[in-house]
Design a protein around this ligand. Structure first.
Ligand SMILES: Cc1cc2nc3c(=O)[nH]c(=O)nc-3n(C[C@H](O)[C@H](O)[C@H](O)COP(=O)(O)OP(=O)(O)OC[C@H]3O[C@@H](n4cnc5c(N)ncnc54)[C@H](O)[C@@H]3O)c2cc1C
Length: 87
């Protein structure tokens, strides 16, 4: 992903030329699980449908747009980036 991002850097980007200087933070919680109420996926699909239909050039990404998980957040970010690349 970083090498792809470096192919088309916007002016003034702070992305380093190599992977040095990147950092990670680790947060720890008690065990928990994210629970979605019944009808959640239908509501999310409806939001995504209405966004595409009614608001041009607004792309949203985050776990609230897919399944509540890191994977859901990643998939929604990749989807939004792919849609942005096609504008
Ligand atoms: C206790 C717990 C355990 C979990 N365990 C797992 C697990 O085991 N596996 C798994 O896949 N997922 C797990 N999840 C879910 C996972 O953490 C989330 O789905 C994922 O982090 C969502 O990523 P995101 O980037 O969409 O949102 P977030 O990580 O919530 O990032 C949103 C960011 O936006 C910032 N923000 C919010 N409002 C504003 C504002 N108005 N202005 C500026 N910034 C703002 C927030 O501060 C935050 O930094 C867990 C979640 C919790 C709470």
């Amino acid at each position: 992903m970083l090498s792809d991002a470096r192919l088309n850097l916007p002016p003034g980007s702070g992305l380093p030329a190599d992977d040095e200087g990147l950092f990670a933070r680790v947060y720890s919680w008690e065990e928990a699980v994210c629970i979605g109420p019944p009808g959640m996926f239908i509501a999310i699909a409806d939001i995504r449908h209405r966004l595409r239909r009614d608001i041009q050039y607004l792309l949203l990404a985050g776990d609230y747009m897919r399944v509540h998980s890191v994977n859901g957040a990643l998939v929604s970010g990749i989807g939004a980036a792919e849609e942005a690349a096609q504008l």
